[in-house]
Design a binder for this molecule. Structure first.
Ligand code: IPM
Ligand code: MN
Length: 359
């Protein structure tokens, strides 16, 4: 029996509620598909920061490094100044664990109503590969004459050959493993002529190693237009950190909202972190109204990454079925509680035939 050690970080806000449902579904999957999972809890949260002044300690990092993967809820607190937890926990985790890929699938499940009129499940099924360690998120920059009328603030986008190439290669690998075999580079070559010159050159070079993958280029503004007007043209999109942040919120919207949007911060040869991308959902904590499907979907992505493909697919398909049966995926509009939605997914998964029996 394969065994996995997962660090569970529920965090703040609605994080703990949705993570509880994800763990419930993981337990159901472990029973049916015959793997074992050990869970180690870690408190990384705004609450802990207010209580202790700690954000992410060396001990926390050690703890995480001793696990195969991290299941993360959300972090953020109304009493903590914006920027502290984002910089000192989220961005630092990505850096320290070298999670250089942010993988965000955008899939409209059968029966889910997209805000885009006339768009069906066949039209929306792509994955965004967001570079997760550099670009405008590198923290490079400076103020000159801060506070004066002549103040200048410079925020630098750092793009290394190494960082761009490993991201682009990952995207080509992913594209060549999907039926569509199509990869779009999303950038801004016409204006940001240093960064995107490098990206374009690396993309073209790596492309010659993947003759089976067709390629396209879209400026980020046009990509936003097409995600709304013609999302079917996308299969895999590769882009930098900032553009990836922006277009994946748009992606979440067209697949039915943040209630269903899952993502992964990947270090393909290290400890990766899986999360619902919606954040803490202020105002919904403790109400039982938050949608746990994004967190459950993140758990499915985690199983895939851990090599439990059949279990991952069973959860993904159960998530799709439950999503398609809800009147809306938005918090408070599901017509079911958080626990009921989690129970329904767990129930569907537990009815699956075990892998051996279907062979
Ligand atoms: C995300 C979030 C983070 C980001 C913030 C909270 C630092 O928006 O995961 O998309 O910008 O990457
Ligand atoms: Mn974001």
């Amino acid at each position: 029996m394969s065994g996995h050690r997962v660090a569970v970080v529920p965090g703040d806000g609605t994080g703990p509620e949705v993570i509880a449902e994800a763990v419930k579904v993981l337990k159901a999957a472990a029973d049916v598909f015959g793997f074992s999972m050990e869970y180690g809890d870690l408190d990384l949260s705004g609450e802990r920061y207010l209580r202790t002044g700690q954000t992410l300690t060396a001990g926390d990092l050690d703890f995480l490094q001793q696990h195969d993967a991290i299941l993360f809820g959300a972090i953020g607190h109304p009493e903590v100044k914006p920027g502290i937890l984002e910089q000192e926990v989220l961005l630092r985790l990505r850096r320290e664990l070298d999670q250089y890929i942010n993988l965000r699938p955008v899939k409209l499940h059968q029966g889910v109503v997209s805000p885009l009129a006339g768009v069906t499940a066949e039209d929306v099924d792509f994955v965004v590969v967001r570079e997760n360690s550099e670009g405008l998120y590198s923290g490079e920059g400076e103020f000159t004459a801060k506070g004066s009328a002549f103040e200048v603030a410079v925020q630098k986008s750092v793009n290394t050959r190494f960082g761009v190439e490993r991201c682009v290669r990952y995207a080509f690998e992913l594209a060549s493993s999907r039926p569509g075999r199509h990869l779009t580079l999303c950038g801004k070559t016409n204006v940001l002529t240093y960064a995107w010159d490098l990206w374009q050159r690396v993309f073209d070079e790596v492309s010659s190693d993947y003759p089976d993958v067709t390629t396209a280029y879209a400026h980020v503004d046009a990509a936003c237009l097409w995600m709304v007007e013609d999302p079917a043209r996308f299969d895999v999109i590769v882009t930098d950190n900032m553009f990836g942040d922006i277009i994946t919120d748009l992606g979440a919207a067209i697949q039915g909202g943040l209630g269903i949007a899952s993502g992964a911060n990947l270090n393909p040869s290290g400890v990766s972190m899986f999360e619902p991308i919606g954040g803490t959902a202020p105002g919904f904590e403790g109400t039982g109204k938050i949608n746990p499907l994004a967190a459950i979907g993140a758990a499915a992505m985690m199983l895939d990454f851990l090599g439990e493909r059949a279990a991952s697919q069973a959860i993904e398909s159960a998530v799709g079925q439950v999503a398609g049966s809800l009147p809306s995926l938005r918090a408070g509009e599901m017509g079911s509680t958080t626990t009921e939605v989690g129970d329904r997914v767990a129930h569907l998964v537990s009815k699956e035939e075990p892998a051996e029996a279907t062979r």
